[in-house]
Design a protein around this ligand. Structure first.
Ligand SMILES: N[C@@H](CCC(=O)N[C@@H](CS)C(=O)NCC(=O)O)C(=O)O
Length: 111
C-alpha cells in the first residue's frame, strides 16, 4: 500500500489531499518536520530527509508536486488523471522553459 510520510501540518498535506481526492488507499506515516533526521524509515525513502515522501510498494519519490503528478498519472480513475495532466503539464513546461507556451495545443502535443 502507498505510504505517505509527513504530518498533515506540512507540505505533506498536498499529497494526503491528492490521494484522498483520487480515492487511492494509503497510509500516513506522521513524521514531524522537526524530527525528519531522526526517522531512519524516512531517510530510507528520502535521503534528503524531507517530507513529504512516498513509498509506493518499493517505489520512492519526494517533492510534493512530483508526488502529486505521479499520483495523478498512475492512480485513480483515468478521466481524472487525464484532466489533471492537461492542466498541470503546460504550467510545468512553461516554468521549465521560462517562456510562455505559444499555444496550449502545441504544449499538449508534447505530453
Ligand atoms: N519543495 C519541497 C519542500 C519540502 C520541505 O521543505 N519540507 C519541510 C516540511 S514542509 C521539511 O521536511 N523540513 C524538515 C527539514 O528540512 O529538515 C516539497 O514541496 O516537497
Amino acid at each position: 500500500m502507498l505510504k505517505i510520510y509527513g504530518i498533515p501540518q506540512s507540505r505533506a498535506l498536498r499529497c494526503l489531499w491528492m490521494a484522498r481526492e483520487l480515492g487511492v488507499p494509503h497510509t500516513n506515516i506522521p513524521v514531524h518536520f522537526n524530527k525528519t533526521r531522526e526517522s531512519a524509515e524516512l531517510s530510507g525513502v528520502n535521503p534528503n530527509g524531507r517530507i513529504p515522501a512516498i513509498d509506493d510498494d518499493g517505489f520512492h519519490l519526494f517533492e510534493s508536486m512530483a508526488i502529486n503528478l505521479y499520483l495523478a498519472k498512475n492512480t485513480g480513475p483515468e478521466p481524472i488523471s487525464f484532466r489533471l495532466r492537461r492542466r498541470t503539464t503546460p504550467a510545468r513546461l512553461n516554468g521549465a522553459s521560462g517562456s510562455r507556451p505559444k499555444s496550449k495545443s502545441r504544449c499538449l502535443a508534447l505530453c
